[in-house]
Ligand binder design. Sequence first.
Ligand code: AMP
Length: 218
Amino acid sequence: MRILLFGPPGVGKGTQAKLLSTEFKIPHISTGDMLREAVAAGTELGNIAKGIMAKGGLVPDDVMNGIVKEKLSSSSTAKGFLLDGFPRTLPQAEALTALFETLHIDDYKVVELQINPEEVVRRLSSRLVCPKDGKIFSMITDHLQINSPCPACGSGLIQRQDDREEAIRERLRVYDATTAPVIKYYTARGKAISVDGSAAVETVNRAIKAKLQVNASV
Ligand code: AMP
């Protein structure tokens, strides 16, 4: 199974990606996670990405195309993969099509999760992350704040730089401006299916699998 998963920030794309990756036994390739790891490790890639990510902008296409090409050419992704966060622009989509041709891949599916933008702002601007174990909490449902101790390990909770409201709005603007044409690109190729991402996690997961018309063995 080869899936390209799309959706605006805050739609729960990462959560769905992890579920699908487990159910279909395919590696979850998140370009956002790869970049965050590079930033944390202080690599050359991390230094390029750091400032751009903090402002909610996009890392240059040639950089992203190179990272994804390397990943999809490795044996770990030969039997399938779930791509999360790529392609985000038309040049990235075109580069991926060219890469798929080289790798003789044409049996991929494109899934788009949809949600109201104001719900995204509400969800993300209240999100807190534990810097130590990566656990996610909500200021609203967990009644925690920035610097509250992580309920699991006691470390001070932080807000991701790009979860500040102005950065969220910029990420939504960037998503609309750049990713909408990418969805159209795949729709024109008969590849795209869309799913309501505002429902409960399990409901969204079932809807995706129903639309993929596959019974995943969990
Ligand atoms: P995400 O976790 O997918 O929301 O990605 C976090 C940030 O990483 C984005 O806001 C971008 O700055 C950067 N990023 C991730 N994937 C890409 C991509 N395919 N192209 C450009 N920038 C990306």
